[in-house]
Design a protein around this ligand. Structure first.
Ligand code: GLC
Length: 483
């Protein structure tokens, strides 16, 4: 039995701010359980829902050294969908009403978490063969493991995998501060290890010290090797190219299933989707306060409202789009205030055509996937992207920019060959986006048969976790054999 411990700063259902939580919350359930014991360790945030907090069982406590500090660690345990979750408790670090950028400096919070994970292992009676770390918040785990625990027998056989879900977020902080907080020796704060642009970089630490590095789609794995996509670390990525794997994310097909989804008012399948989708559309238009027009092109978005997701392109074209075209547009999510305000402005200006809901709600998100005709995702960059896969599964045609995982999952419609599962454009340019939207709408209004073909082909795609889980299993096995 191979033992694998996922270490991450968030996991569904306990805490979610982004796609990372979907991955750490669903992938563990897809490994071959006869041969893999996969568990998850994450912080126990004070802002976690009471519903989950109430289920936790106290396991043990101990203290951990962080430089000159000595800090309390409590470990709680729970099971969810058959997977064991460990939660690290420290009310000082994990206080506040959100997990990041709050009360406590994230660098100290996650340096503490990373050290606590390693120190917890002997108490858990679970010595993993592999620690699978996710994003910069856990980047210091491989660093601590190799520099502080290298000689200890208990730890010597453990291998590490570091997964990059978004290279833009690197966890960069002042070198002096990180040295003081972590107690790591001065000689590792050099350009070939932790230092980057005069700062200490937690993500870089993970990439340098892990035995293998992965990212969440094959295209993104290539893009981060280039100066355009490397977020300043393309040289480092090229240096580790031979240990870098692009493994496409999946989505939880049990949770995202239009035949059973409890958030939908009507269920449907690939063989009979028209009525179900139409019923959902009517219901959704009603709850959003839009005119219940059956034949109007309904475009949806569920997204963090940030630069990454292409909101500056949307800002450029929205006025023209809403003024000149017959469509309805719904956006759900939170993010930068300027984008939230931009969306509110246009929703006010075009009350019959547009609605925006600032905030995150599972119900509205599933409503968008289950009811809209098309889903908009014109990202500047996209490591993988999950929403386009959810849309495909629900017969909502994705319109995306050809970048990262979007390029790997959405096949552009070809009207001559009758192929493709969505619409896409290549350059980060507002008018390419507008032209592509117009092309999609023309197809929708003028060629219903072709449109339904796109929907069907999309619904038949398989982006379940199975093939990704097999790829990770293979990687773990190769690392474990490599002694
Ligand atoms: C991040 C990325 C997104 C990816 C997700 C899960 O949120 O921005 O593209 O799908 O992580 O890996």
């Amino acid at each position: 039995m191979m033992k694998i411990l996922f270490a991450a700063s968030e996991a569904v259902p306990f805490m979610k701010t982004g796609g990372l939580a979907d991955v750490t919350g669903s992938l563990p359930g897809y490994f071959d359980r006869e041969r893999h014991d996969v568990r998850v360790i994450m912080p126990k945030y004070l802002c976690m829902d009471e519903k989950w907090k109430g289920q936790l069982r106290f396991l043990c406590h101990f203290h951990v050294r962080l430089g000159w500090r000595c800090q309390y660690v409590g470990i709680f345990e729970t099971k969810h969908n058959g997977i064991t979750y460990y939660l690290v408790d420290n009310e000082f670090y994990f206080a506040g009403d959100r997990p990041y950028n709050h009360i406590y400096e994230d660098v100290e919070k996650f340096a503490y978490f990373s050290k606590a994970v390693l120190e917890a292992l002997p108490f858990l009676d679970f010595c993993p063969d592999i620690i699978h770390c996710h994003d910069w918040q856990t980047g210091l785990i491989p660093v601590f493991l190799r520099t502080l625990y290298g000689d200890e027998r208990y730890y010597s056989g453990i291998k590490t995998v570091f997964s990059i879900h978004n290279l833009k977020f690197q966890g960069r902080f002042g070198i002096r501060a990180v040295m003081d907080i972590t107690g790591l020796p001065e000689q590792i704060f050099t350009a070939d290890k932790l230092e980057s642009y005069d700062e200490a970089n937690c993500l870089k630490g993970g990439v340098v010290y892990a035995d293998a590095v992965t990212t969440v789609s094959p295209s993104y794995a290539k893009e981060i090797l280039t100066p355009e996509g490397g977020e300043g670390l393309d040289g480092l990525m090229r240096a580790r190219e031979h240990d870098l794997y692009g493994i496409l994310n999946g989505i939880d097909y049990r949770e995202y299933d239009p035949q059973t989804d409890p958030y939908l008012s009507a269920h449907f399948s690939v063989d009979r989707f028209a009525e179900g989708k139409a019923a959902n559309k009517a219901h959704f238009q009603r709850i959003m306060g839009l005119p219940q027009e059956k034949g109007t092109f309904l475009l949806g978005m569920v997204s963090r409202m940030t630069d990454q997701k292409g909101f500056d392109l949307i800002a450029y074209i929205l006025d023209e789009l809403l003024a000149t075209e017959r469509l309805q547009f719904v956006a759900v999510g939170t993010g930068e205030e300027r984008y939230e305000n931009m969306l509110r402005y246009f929703a006010d200006k075009y009350p019959d055509k547009m609605r925006v809901r600032i905030g995150y709600s599972e119900e509205l998100a599933h409503g968008v996937y289950g009811s809209c005709d098309a889903f908009l995702m014109p990202s500047l960059f996209e490591p993988c992207g999950l929403s386009q896969m959810m849309s495909l599964r629900y017969g909502t045609v994705p319109l995306v920019r050809e970048t990262g995982g979007l390029k790997d999952t959405v096949l552009p419609y070809n009207e001559y060959e009758g192929t493709g599962t969505g619409f896409s454009f290549a350059n980060y340019n507002a008018h390419e986006l507008l032209a592509t939207l117009r092309y999609a709408m023309t197809t929708y209004y003028k060629n219903k048969k072709a449109w339904d073909g796109i929907v069907k082909r999309g619904m038949k795609q398989d982006f379940s976790w199975d093939s990704s889980a097999r790829a990770y299993e293979k990687l773990y096995a190769a690392l474990a054999d490599d002694v």
